[in-house]
Design a protein around this ligand. Structure first.
Ligand SMILES: [Zn+2]
Length: 47
């Protein structure tokens, strides 16, 4: 693996890690719920 390929791979891994972390954070904050966090619309069926 040449250095350029390695750098691209590292950047991709970091990007994926950031996206996954933000997804987990949103889920904890309720932003990832089907109702968008507004349980008056889903009547609590989102879980
Ligand atoms: Zn809901």
């Amino acid at each position: 693996m040449n250095p350029a390929t390695a750098i691209v791979g590292i950047v991709l891994i970091v990007l994926v890690a950031v996206v996954i972390r933000s997804m987990i954070r949103d889920k904890k904050n309720g932003k990832n719920l089907q109702c968008g966090g507004d349980c008056s619309k889903c009547r609590g069926r989102c879980g």
